[in-house]
Design a protein around this ligand. Structure first.
Ligand SMILES: *Cc1c(COP(=O)(O)O)cnc(C)c1O
Length: 711
């Protein structure tokens, strides 16, 4: 269904550069470093201040500057080159057309969150960023795919840390008119809506549409007439903690999402659930078939064949489960409509959990998907063990849960400077061959000092960025002097810098490095060989232990003895993530194995030549080859968590002291750390092709989508 131009799309632009408006409304620009530059060159300060929002930039930069740019030869050359690329992108023959010509009906990809760009805070972390990268890659491959998610009124919170280290959350209302979203309209030009029924009322949902290259993402929004105030808030934020709102939100996604696609005329051939939050789509699709005359069992059987389910949660408690009375409350009418009993309804997803019987979204999705997968090899083992009870007659290794290891979208996460170096050294079309191992063999021929120079450049960029963030916070008041120091103003752009950025959940063990504080002090303050650690990350607002962990770290960071070599940067998001994964030297990850399903931030770091120093969990267990980074601890399970923590901490300190620090400071006459650069090349060669979404999405197509689309 056509959606008309958004009112604010009518920018006042000189004709010669008028297509900037079109660019601002297709997220394709977010994975073109040259596009960001084109916007930034109009007014760099404003571009930064507006948080890289091109719609606001074009509205606020002023006609005089635009007129000037429209006459600037260099600007116009860059502009023309970019739009040539833009047009070629949409007209070239795609991978799907070439190798999967039969693939026509789209994959419907459902996710509670999508991480596409920092201006669209409709993601909280790794799950969302993976979904965003999946969409971008589907676009690059020309794979027919539509995304379904939420347009949150407030988005995920912004994080502030108080002087005492306590996390505060700011929930800002998003201004949709300044975002690249279009309201979806019906043939009369009115908002297209769908309804989801609840026990005593209907909730109406509006739809927004976002262009992600060739792919369309539809976002549901309950903040619309005629909903009650409470219902308008169902889609205000990510992941309500109270179960009643949570189940309603998930019903809106699963049921409302299917109805939205139907109303717009989509007939997906594959239904991919990114985590269990969307699993109610199973019931809605079964309802459609029952309405067409099938029995409930027949309907489920048919629905199952087209479903793909990806699980990301290695702990049972991480899966959403609802008490049966809540299911009864919200789904009684549904059960009556399709003529099944209460018990039949419960049976679809019944789980005998330690808390008693529940309705498990994981069970709902697993039982009713033909293809099921974990997100790394080790996570595959963990998942088969965890869900074995659903296949009691099978041996653990035969439990039908496969794995597709996650990847990252290269163009989104790789630094512009590095992309340019590759264009020069590996060929202009290197992006078309990302997942081909052969291409990356040529990386060995790139002179060491060229790569080292890029590394140094990116680290300086990080240091300057942190300084500007601090300046901004300081200028606006409420920032204590000790916070100025703790946020990175004293960072030395020439010192070995380690990054640690992730959600603050206790299993990630952000405090592992503090197990022996005296030893840490010696490490970071060693004369002539200083070491810095940059921390960042949010805790879920309802996660008290996570917030205490942030506080524990913040208190260490502030101590004068630490010499400001430890830094905590507020408000980890995709923007800060880009600076960190590109700018630090080492990416450290210390999850308590095997609880990290995959992890992706380490891949983002590795593709920028940053060396991973991580527990052999998730993706790193597959990527580590003994010389493309370092491991923390061993590839084994431990009897107790305390023993595991002690062994891992010892391994961490020892490797830092004996290998990482000496290697970083060992320089040749040109001041290049040769051995370090050899590892950088090794990590890029092993990680870029293998841990890309290029490899990942092709694997989904070849293993699951093709088969499902033929059912
Ligand atoms: C990549 C990314 C993540 C996921 O990283 P993990 O490796 O799973 O910790 C989380 N948040 C942001 C902002 C990211 O960019």
């Amino acid at each position: 269904m056509e959606s008309k131009a958004h009112p604010s799309q009518k920018f006042d632009l000189p004709k010669r550069i008028s297509r900037l408006g079109e660019l601002a409304y297709n997220l394709w620009w977010t994975w073109q470093p040259d596009a960001a530059r084109l916007f930034g060159q109009l007014d760099y300060d404003l571009w930064q201040r507006l948080g890289h929002n091109p719609i606001r930039l074009l509205n606020e930069v002023g006609r005089a500057r635009l007129n000037q740019a429209a006459k600037d030869k260099d600007y116009l050359a860059a502009y023309d080159a970019l739009f040539q690329k833009f047009d070629a992108y949409f007209s070239c023959e795609t991978w799907t057309q070439k190798s999967q010509p039969g693939f026509k009906n789209p994959v419907a990809y459902f996710s509670m969150e999508f991480g596409l760009h920092e201006t669209l805070p409709i993601y909280s972390g790794g799950l969302g960023v993976l979904a965003g990268d999946h969409l971008k890659e589907a676009s690059d491959l020309g794979l027919p795919l539509v995304g379904v998610g939420f347009m949150y009124m407030q988005g995920y919170f912004s994080q502030r840390i108080s002087e005492d280290g306590w996390q505060e959350s700011l929930n800002n209302m998003l201004d949709f008119s300044a975002l690249p979203v279009f309201p979806v309209l019906d043939e009369h030009g009115e908002r297209l809506t769908v309804e989801v029924e609840f026990p005593d009322r209907f909730v109406t949902l509006g739809l927004w549409k976002i262009n992600v290259g060739r792919v369309t993402l539809y976002l549901l929004d309950s903040n619309i007439e005629p909903n009650s105030e409470a219902d308008r808030h169902l889609t205000a934020r990510l992941y309500w903690s109270d179960l009643d709102r949570r189940i309603m939100q998930e019903l809106v996604l699963g049921v409302g999402g299917v109805r939205a696609l139907r109303v717009m005329g989509y007939n997906p051939s594959v239904w991919h659930m990114n985590e269990g939050h969307a699993a109610f789509l199973v019931l809605e699709r079964a309802r459609e078939l029952v309405a067409g005359g099938a029995s409930f069992d027949q309907a489920l059987e048919k629905v199952r064949r087209q479903n793909v389910f990806t699980t990301h949660t290695p702990v049972a408690a991480g899966n959403d489960e609802f008490p049966l009375w809540l299911i009864e409350k919200h789904l009684a009418a549904f059960g009556a409509e399709i003529n099944i009993t209460r018990e039949q309804l419960f049976d679809v997803a019944r789980h005998h959990s330690p808390q008693g019987e529940t309705f498990s979204m994981g069970v709902l999705a697993l039982r009713n998907s033909e293809s099921r997968n974990a997100v790394s090899e080790l996570h595959g083992h963990v998942s088969r063990k965890m869900w074995r009870f659903l296949w009691n007659d099978l041996e653990e290794e035969d439990v039908p849960i496969a794995y597709v290891t996650n990847g990252v979208h290269t163009s989104t996460w790789m630094a512009r400077r590095l992309q340019n170096l590759f264009a020069n050294r590996l060929g202009k079309d290197w992006v078309d061959h990302i997942d081909e191992q052969d291409l990356w063999e040529k990386l060995s021929d790139i002179p060491d000092d060229e790569l080292w120079a890029v590394r140094m450049h990116l680290k300086r960029k990080l240091a300057f960025h942190l300084r500007e963030r601090v300046r901004d916070r300081w200028t606006h008041g409420g920032f204590h002097p000790v916070q100025v120091v703790s946020s990175g103003v004293l960072l030395n752009p020439y010192a070995l810098t380690i990054g640690f950025a992730r959600r603050f959940a206790t299993y990630k063990r952000a405090n592992l490095v503090f197990r022996d504080v005296d030893r840490l002090l010696k490490i970071i303050n060693k004369p002539n060989m200083p070491v810095q650690i940059v921390f960042a990350g949010k805790a879920h607002p309802a996660d008290e232990p996570g917030k205490h962990l942030i506080q524990e770290i913040y208190r260490q960071v502030k101590r004068a003895e630490m010499g400001a070599r430890l830094v905590f940067v507020e408000d980890y998001d995709m923007n800060l993530a880009r600076y960190l994964v590109q700018g630090v030297d080492v990416w450290m990850n210390t999850p308590r194995r095997p609880l990290e399903a995959s992890g992706t931030s380490g891949m983002k770091a590795a593709i920028n030549g940053v060396l991973n120093f991580s527990v052999l969990d998730g993706w790193w267990r597959e990527a580590y080859n003994g010389h493309n980074g370092w491991s923390i601890g061993e590839d084994k399970d431990y009897e107790s968590t305390d023993a595991q923590d002690a062994r891992d901490a010892e391994s961490l300190y020892r490797t830092l002291e004996n290998e990482i620090i000496p290697m970083y400071y060992e320089r040749d006459t040109k001041d290049v750390a040769r051995e370090w650069v050899a590892r950088m090349k090794d990590t890029m060669q092993t990680v870029i092709p293998q841990f890309s979404t290029r490899r990942m999405v092709k694997e989904y197509v070849e293993k699951f989508y093709l088969q499902a689309s033929k059912k």
